[in-house]
Design a protein around this ligand. Structure first.
Ligand code: FAD
Length: 285
């Protein structure tokens, strides 16, 4: 049982992690060692106090230095589900379950567009997790949509099980060359099926019958991750303490709303960590 779990390694997650570390909390920090695409890709940042002009790449290196100096470690896993038991939270990350007293959600906002009917059909032969659900598709035909090259080992894993894989990478330099994998740039836009997925609709209007669909993305909409969260216009509703509607669950950064900016993310990460520390103190009585 951890004191806390932080999800997301952007500026909000880093700020929360630095504060939990200072207060010697026992926590695990899920995300990526590349921290955040939104940091690395910024060409020129001019609104971060202390740096009149800095590139995203330089800021990333500064963040890396800070992580090292503070002795923080990142667990490179994607969280695919969170359940609240009332007294604690169960967090599923790459098919392993973790239990925690509190949560700090710093997942940013999703840029990937959802498929039409994704909400209805999630869990009905539509999965976000290859290692959790891959074995159900032995010798079947599946579609896999992948928005990050780092998940291509999962595509290989699925191809090892399935008879046929229709593969839709959203990037250009896919490394996959397997006889049962057919790569297509005609991206899926929707799902077909009544009580479970039976096929996909492609951008061109064509359809393909499949036994299942995997969406391997580096972010998952908060409403899918934890359906009990209150969401407004795609953002997690929080109060001024960054507390969500679920006691012990805090959120910070872009996932709580605009403006989408580093300093807002860093500030909210700090507040969320302090609220979390206070919550843990109250728990102990
Ligand atoms: C090109 C570009 C330029 C920008 N320039 C500026 C600028 O000049 N000034 C400025 O203030 N802002 C700028 N921004 C906005 C800024 O990048 C964001 O506001 C900021 O990164 C938000 O931080 P965050 O921590 O909330 O989320 P993010 O930086 O998006 O980080 C979220 C992290 O969580 C991870 N994650 C998500 N879901 C999961 C999950 N289920 N499991 C594990 N990890 C997960 C993601 O992979 C990501 O690493 C720019 C953005 C872009 C794209």
């Amino acid at each position: 049982m951890y004191d806390s779990i932080i999800i997301g390694t952007g500026p909000a997650g880093l700020s929360a992690a630095l504060n939990l570390k200072t207060y010697k909390k026992d926590f695990i920090w899920f995300g990526s060692k590349n921290l955040s695409d939104k940091v690395q890709k910024a060409e020129k940042i001019t609104n971060y106090p202390g740096f009149p002009e800095i590139s995203g790449q330089e800021l990333f290196l500064r963040f890396e230095e800070h992580i090292k100096a503070a002795g923080l470690s990142i667990t490179e896993k994607t969280v695919t589900n969170i359940m609240s038991t009332g007294k604690s939270f169960m967090v599923l990350a790459d098919n392993e379950m973790y239990e925690t007293k509190t949560l700090i959600l710093c997942m940013g906002v999703m840029s990937a567009k959802q498929l039409d009917r994704e909400d209805e059909l999630l869990g009905k032969r539509l999965s976000y997790c290859a290692t959790c659900d891959g074995m159900f598709y032995k010798d079947k035909k599946i579609a896999v949509i992948c928005n990050d090259k780092k998940y291509e080992h999962e595509v290989e894993y699925l191809a090892d099980l399935a008879a046929e894989v229709l593969y839709f990478p959203t990037f250009n330099d896919s490394q996959i060359e397997l006889s049962n994998v057919k790569i297509s740039k005609d991206m899926p836009v929707g799902l077909i099926g009544e009580s479970f997925v039976e096929g996909i609709v492609l951008r061109s209007g064509k359809t393909e019958s499949v036994d299942g669909v995997f969406c391997l993305r580096n972010a998952i909409a908060p409403s899918k991750l934890m359906p009990q969260l209150e969401i407004e216009n795609g953002h997690i509703v929080v109060d001024r303490a960054q507390q969500t509607k679920i006691p012990g669950c805090f959120a910070a950064g872009d996932c709580t709303g605009r403006p989408y900016q580093y300093t807002k993310a860093v500030g909210e990460g700090n507040v969320a960590a302090h609220s979390c520390i206070q919550f843990l103190a109250n728990m102990q009585g």
